[in-house]
Design a protein around this ligand. Structure first.
Ligand code: HSE
Length: 403
């Protein structure tokens, strides 16, 4: 018998209970043992829940029950979740989570703690929701030196950008719609300002390059500054605006990681990833390019990834399931300023001024553009170079082109 406790009966936690119950028969078969949901921890009451008998309010009941093998943490955040995860690992229980904030900020320490106590800390659901990405990265692609990862990692912002592109909604209108559809939180800051994507690229970078990359080391820009004008200019030359999380291997074991809106050519499969879908493109020195696509959020897709981790641990509780990485260091993460790319610029200027400032440019046009507005694509240059070129110009938008 393998006993599971779920911490937090929100969207993901209730999805995990549902998948464990609905697919109980096949899960038991695959594990070759009985996997039983023993506890659900939540401060709220759920008297009419089919799992009413499982609810407890005191974490120490779970912590002190030697029968509990696996704790599923779906509380979120990095405060109570950190305390409970630490205590569960110290009590010799494996922990499975979808909590990207906790993994991105404390993953190194928690993985060390798990190893010290001979248990596992797994978090497949923390990146890409239901998309299998972390395990493929560390096992199916293990023969590669991974060189870069580029991902649409946040469903809410991808939905907002899709609605701006396809329905002509403004950012505010699209955000309101996303909230009404239950995609965006009431406080959408973590999504629209890029923090959620930042946490996910930190986890991907750590697994791909072997060192913890902390969110505060990753320059992060969200989508609040993307306008319908930018969408129209990009469209005129066959580009979509997408929020990308990127990490690139650098010489001497260094890593470059950042989150920012980019212009993505319609020829790149990432441009066709719409609505709340996520996609992650990985480049390795043997495989070349490979892409993972699917539902990056939502109750059952996320629960699917969480329960897969539960099954993995339950199948072989003695196996070392660890995805260990190094502690990281400030000097290991380099600024994206070193990366050359083409740039999309929208500014109050004439095209002649733009040419004078930036050299060879590709002018962009849109219906209804006011006189005195110039939008264009530059040649390859770094951020310090484009910043110097644009000195003295009133710039409204500046985004990289994904080359
Ligand atoms: N808020 C996240 C998103 C949920 O919109 O992608 C999944 O991490």
């Amino acid at each position: 018998m393998v006993n599971v406790a779920i911490l937090g009966f929100g969207t993901v936690g209730s999805g995990v209970a549902e998948v464990l119950t609905k697919n109980g028969g096949l899960i038991d078969q695959r594990v070759d043992d009985l996997v039983r949901l023993k506890y659900i921890l939540d401060v709220r009451d759920f008297p009419n829940s089919p799992y009413a008998d499982c609810f407890v309010k005191d974490f120490s009941v779970i912590e002190q029950d030697p029968e509990v093998d696996i704790v599923v943490e779906t509380i979120g955040g990095a405060t109570i979740a950190l305390d409970f995860t630490t205590r569960a690992l110290k009590a010799g229980k494996s922990v499975v989570t979808s909590n990207k904030e906790l993994v991105a900020t404390h993953g190194y320490d928690l993985l060390q703690l798990a190893r010290e106590h001979g248990v596992s800390y797994l978090f497949e659901a923390s990146v890409g929701g239901g998309i299998p990405i972390l395990r493929p990265l560390t096992s199916c692609l293990a023969a590669n030196e991974l060189t870069q990862i580029t991902g649409i990692l946040n469903g809410t912002t991808n939905y907002i950008l899709t609605r701006m592109i396809k329905a002509g909604l403004t950012f505010d209108q699209a955000l309101k719609e996303a909230q009404e559809n239950g995609y965006a939180e009431k406080d959408p800051t973590a999504d629209v300002d890029g923090h959620d994507a930042c946490r996910k690229i930190c986890i991907l970078a750590a697994l791909a390059f072997g060192q913890h990359v902390y969110p505060q080391q990753v320059p992060t820009e969200g989508i609040r500054n993307v306008t319908l004008e930018d969408v129209a200019y990009a469209d005129s030359k066959g580009y979509k605006i997408k929020l990308l999380g990127r990490c690139l291997r650098q010489p001497e074991g260094k890593v470059c990681a950042f989150v920012a809106p980019h212009l993505v050519s319609d020829e790149n499969p990432l441009a066709g990833v719409e609505d709340v879908f996520n996609a992650i493109a990985v480049t390795g020195n043997a495989i070349g390019d490979v892409m993972f696509y699917g539902r990056g959020a939502g109750k059952l897709p996320t629960a699917s990834a969480v329960v897969a981790d539960v099954i993995d641990i339950a199948k072989d509780r003695k196996k070392d399931h660890h995805n260990a990485w190094g502690p990281g260091a400030p000097a290991l993460v380099v600024s994206p300023d070193i990366l050359s790319s083409r740039w999309y610029v929208r500014a109050d200027a004439s095209m002649d001024q733009a040419r004078l400032a930036c050299g060879e440019i590709q002018p962009l046009a849109r219906a209804g553009a006011p006189a005195g507005e110039a939008a264009f694509l530059t040649g390859q240059m770094t951020y310090p170079q484009i910043r110097d070129c644009l000195k003295g110009m009133a710039v409204s938008s500046l985004f990289r082109v994904l080359d």
